[in-house]
Design a protein around this ligand. Structure first.
Ligand SMILES: [Zn+2]
Length: 180
């Protein structure tokens, strides 16, 4: 974790600076019980790895090596020796979890950033030409949408359609103050 960023995140006095810092791409690592939260973070465009093994020292090591903020539901993780940033998620409801993380780290909910990361693989999507997706998406989608992205790992194709609309509705409902 970059020291300057870390200092900002930890110091309440610098909250105003933090807001201007929200352009920095914060990255996260979530424990396995937070897999749904991780998908929502990805949907908003935040690189979020799910640590599938039991949360512990190895997870913290990975967080440190990759400069990720740790999201965990395990209270015993709080007392561990760790030089990075760790956030204890106390809610069980995913919308509340998401709201808590957004508020804690001043995350921007930006329509332009949404669906820039594969929800399954956490890989950055690449744009793909419309004519390349003709046989890969439903006909009505092809006729109505001109912009497509694809995951370089699993090949899944994303477009601005049903998913983003539903996602915006979810955010409007649960996190109204954060909708741009
Ligand atoms: Zn993928």
């Amino acid at each position: 974790m970059q020291t300057k960023l870390r200092r900002l995140l930890m110091n309440k006095k610098h909250q105003n600076n933090l807001i201007s810092y929200s352009g920095v791409n914060l990255k996260f690592i979530a424990d396995a019980s937070l897999a749904r939260l991780a998908k929502w973070m990805r949907l908003l465009g935040y690189d979020t790895v799910v640590y599938s093994k039991e949360a512990g020292r190895e997870m913290l090591r990975q967080a440190d090596a990759e400069g990720r903020i740790v999201l965990t539901r395990r209270r015993d993780m709080v007392g561990r020796q760790f030089s990075g940033i760790l956030f204890l998620v106390t809610d069980v409801i995913v919308s509340k979890q998401l709201k808590a993380v957004i508020e804690k780290y001043f995350l921007k909910v930006d329509r332009e950033k949404m669906f820039s990361i594969c929800l399954e693989c956490n890989r950055k999507l690449h744009s793909i030409e419309k004519n390349e997706v003709r046989d890969l998406v439903p006909q009505y989608v092809f006729e109505n949408c001109n912009r497509y992205n694809q995951c370089p790992r699993c090949g899944k194709i994303y477009w601005m359609g049903t998913h983003p609309r539903n996602a915006l509705r979810f955010i409007e409902k649960h996190i109204p103050s954060h909708l741009p």
